[in-house]
Design a protein around this ligand. Structure first.
Ligand code: SF4
Length: 324
């Protein structure tokens, strides 16, 4: 695996150079070797929509961004219908997301209802705020196989959440037996190659179900939107370097939002989305930015990737090597 200095060097290459194309080709080769040339499509729906006092500057739910003013949540039946639709469309894993302030008991209640109405083999994943070990065990008991959780770039500066609290949650999830998928996100033009390299190394350090990289989508009218947007090309370079920085025991490699350049650079995991979305200003992202399971499959297909049928292999088991 590359050292910190080598990662910084790779991230500093001109994205349009032959060397960067070589890095992307090598990352794709590794991803294809590890996953047998078959990518996965996971699908996330939001159980609620509410202004969030954690105020992550890049999130449309942040109170301070004044995008959403009312709190709403799905009835259990609506959540079940959404999860079953994703299951029927062939998503390899179904994610339930809530804002950080959504009552945990309510989330668990909905989760139990969803789990009871999915096929036993369907992989259910939680995307929730920071949790204690006790709550992590309750997530596991409710039927979740894993979680998505990330220490975001400039955590504690662009968010009100201390990085240490995010890391503690990751340890709690893993101790409870939940696989943790993660990502280097949300990348903006201001992040230095050293910051990216440090985050790549952090994600590699805890044996995630998958890592990857995702760029920040500017929310119109917010202060952070003024910092700009990196191109898909630059993002693809970061996706590729992140793959090179991961142990080969990590089979999954994500990028968001889904794009062919990301797949060409080694991403073998995309997300379809429904309901509220922290990168969208519309309440139903499926009518706006959100991709569907089918559109994600098409992007993989156009990038010469096959798509895995059945339950996610990335969330299989935290203890054993994830070789295909
Ligand atoms: S990213 Fe999560 S914790 Fe941060 S403001 Fe949005 S919902 Fe709240």
């Amino acid at each position: 695996m590359p050292s910190r200095e080598e990662l910084i060097c790779l991230l500093g290459l001109d994205p349009a150079s032959v060397e960067t194309y070589s890095v992307m080709a090598e990352a794709a080769r590794i991803s294809k070797e590890l996953s047998g040339g078959r990518a996965e499509v996971h699908a996330q729906f939001a159980v609620n929509l509410a202004p969030c006092s954690c105020n992550c500057l890049f999130c449309s739910f942040a109170e301070t961004n004044k995008i959403f003013h009312e709190a709403t949540e799905l009835a259990s039946g609506e959540a079940v219908a959404c999860a079953r639709r994703f299951e029927a469309e062939g998503a390899n894993a179904v994610y339930m997301m809530s804002t950080a302030g959504h009552p945990f008991e309510r989330f668990l209640e909905t989760a139990r209802e969803v789990k009871n109405n999915l096929k036993p083999e369907t992989v259910l994943i939680a995307n929730v705020g920071d949790q204690s070990l006790k709550n992590s065990i309750r997530l596991k008991d409710a039927g979740f196989s894993g979680v998505y959780h990330a220490v975001r770039l400039r955590e504690g500066t662009d968010t009100t959440l201390p990085a240490e609290k995010r890391k503690r949650s990751i340890r709690n999830f893993q101790e409870a037996g939940l696989d943790v998928g993660t990502c280097v996100e949300p990348v903006g033009p201001e992040h230095t190659n050293a910051e990216l390299a440090d985050m790549i190394r952090f994600t590699a350090s805890f044996h995630p179900a998958y890592s990857g990289a995702a760029r920040r989508i500017p929310i119109p009218g917010t202060a952070i939107a003024g910092r700009g947007l990196i191109s898909e090309w630059r993002m693809a370079q970061i996706v590729a370097v992140t793959r090179l920085g991961m142990p080969r025991t990590v089979m999954g490699h994500c990028t968001h939002e889904p794009c062919a350049l990301g797949a060409i650079a080694g991403a073998n995991l995309f997300w379809a989305e429904a309901g509220a979305n922290p990168r969208d200003t519309e309440e139903k992202t499926e009518e706006s930015r959100g991709e569907t399971v089918n559109s994600c499959r098409t992007i993989f297909s156009e990038s010469d990737w096959g798509v895995w049928e059945g339950r996610s292999r990335y969330y299989e088991n935290a203890d054993s090597p994830r070789r295909f």
